[in-house]
Design a protein around this ligand. Structure first.
Ligand SMILES: Nc1ncnc2c1ncn2[C@@H]1O[C@H](COP(=O)(O)OP(=O)(O)OP(=O)(O)O)[C@@H](O)[C@H]1O
Length: 450
């Protein structure tokens, strides 16, 4: 997740706040209606600008089987998204094919290619994530002009799920529509911009009928097409909408109009964990262990559903009330419901978090998330990932050698856990249920705020 320029200053002070709190949004005032109109007209303008803009070529073919899509290196160091191709134990590279210039997308395609998240307009003030470099073969088909019945069913399902889970920050829930489950922008009052991603902005929004506060992610269809992210979005919707867990950000549903696609997401008042971490440089053992325990719970749930997240990092973890964290951003995740034992060859994720098996182009499975959990644990305690280097090749080398060093202040139990997670052989990595019983977790558990 990437911040807006405005957020750069917020980051430096470390205070991540919401102008539009759930309480303040419960009533609709004249000024908020005016604000809403202003935002809507700006949104409209933005959509028009983007719609008119010509197709941007953001990719170039590499001399290998993959396609390289480049952005800037991240600040202070680059993170790299590498994607070859998902396989059914065989690897087929697909060339870019841009088959549509229409302003419509098909988010119900059944193809399972993973698309990249390029940032064609890098901004030096943006977060490390926004400066990723992406390598990916893509096959894009975007000729459909409408959401098909299957996606409508998906929407119904996700809205239906909504009724059963209510965020702690509100007393209402987003109602399910028993008729046609249709939401539109008119159903929401938009508040402040929570942040800006590669595709658009995320607004704090109130569902007018229920007063329910959500995060509304607005993406233009044209951007999705230009950046070849339709299938990525489809996968994100398909996977995230079926997940209901206290440590996973809910996707309540989506809707679209002629210009935009809107995701209705669970609102996390604290924003990205990354911002919290940067504001204090590193967390203590109590906070780190509390967060790691929650991410572990989320991963246990995901893996039980045969879903691999594949992009665990502080940018993809949102902080809600009471330091409850919510795993988010399922753009790289993959579901292997049909064949849980299937291994994959896609190289994806973020450079510092890449496991050795991905770097060495070996097949991978759920164990990649356990590796990333080890990197995350280190980053929370130290303030930077363990193999970080300015030169990405040096990072690769350090990862495959497991060149792991701990600062003196890292205690014995934390070292033990991280070392057991960062095992080169995926089979030797500590199972997630054992993480919950690890002495480091148990040592600090009595101090958690629950
Ligand atoms: N559910 C949410 N609750 C609160 N803030 C959010 C939520 N989702 C996103 N945000 C804020 O909006 C910003 C942009 O989010 P977004 O998901 O678009 O970024 P992103 O990860 O770069 O997206 P993508 O990679 O899909 O383009 C985040 O940095 C975060 O601060």
């Amino acid at each position: 997740m990437s911040p807006t320029n405005n957020e750069a200053s917020v980051r430096s002070t470390g205070s991540v706040t919401s102008e539009l709190s759930p309480l303040s949004m419960m009533g609709s005032t004249p000024s908020s209606s005016y604000q809403l109109k202003k935002i809507e007209s700006r949104l409209e303008l933005l959509s028009q600008t983007l719609s008119k803009s010509s197709m941007r070529l953001v990719s170039e073919k590499s001399n290998s089987s993959a396609t390289i899509i480049t952005g800037l290196s991240r600040k202070p160091l680059s993170r790299i998204h590498l994607s070859n191709v998902d396989t059914n134990n065989s690897r087929v590279s697909k060339p870019i094919s841009k088959s549509s210039s229409s302003n419509t997308i098909n988010i119900t395609s059944t193809s399972t290619n993973i698309n990249p998240n390029p940032n064609p307009n890098p901004n030096p003030n943006q977060s490390r994530k926004s400066k990723d470099i992406h390598l990916s073969p893509i096959s894009v088909s975007s000729t459909s002009s409408a959401v098909t019945p299957s996606s409508t069913m998906l929407l119904r399902k996700s809205i239906t799920n909504t009724a059963s889970t209510t965020p702690a920050t509100t007393t209402n829930s987003l109602p399910s529509s028993s008729t046609n489950c249709k939401y539109s922008l008119q159903d929401f009052e938009l508040g402040r911009i929570l942040g800006k991603g590669k595709l658009g902005k995320v607004y704090c929004a109130k569902h007018l009928q229920s007063g329910y506060i959500v995060a509304l992610k607005v993406m233009t269809k044209q951007d999705l097409i230009d950046l070849k992210l339709e299938k990525n979005l489809r996968r994100e919707i398909e996977i995230q909408s079926q997940l209901i867990h206290p440590n996973i950000s809910r996707l309540y549903g989506y809707f679209y109009d002629h210009k935009n696609v809107y995701l209705i997401l669970e609102y996390s008042i604290g924003g990205e964990l990354y911002n919290h971490l940067k504001s204090v440089k590193k967390f203590d053992n109590i906070k780190s262990s509390y967060y790691i325990q929650q991410v572990t719970q989320a991963l246990i749930y995901l893996h039980s559903k045969n879903i691999i997240h594949r992009d665990i990092k502080p940018e993809n973890i949102l902080v809600s009330d009471n330091n409850i964290i919510k795993l988010s951003d399922f753009g790289w995740s993959v579901s292997s419901q049909t064949n849980p034992s299937k291994k994959r060859l896609t190289i994806c994720g973020t450079l510092d978090y890449l496991p050795p098996e991905m770097i060495e182009s070996q097949l991978h499975d759920q164990q990649v998330d356990i590796w990333s959990l080890g990197i995350l644990c280190y980053e929370l305690l130290v303030g930077k990932p363990p193999f970080e280097e300015i030169d990405k090749n040096r990072t690769y080398k350090r990862i495959v050698k497991i060149d792991l060093n701990f600062p003196h202040y890292i205690d014995y139990e934390a070292r033990d856990l991280i070392t057991k997670l960062l095992q080169k052989n995926p089979r030797l990595r500590l199972p997630l249920n054992k993480v919950l019983e690890h002495p480091w977790i148990l040592k600090y558990k009595p101090f958690w705020p629950i």
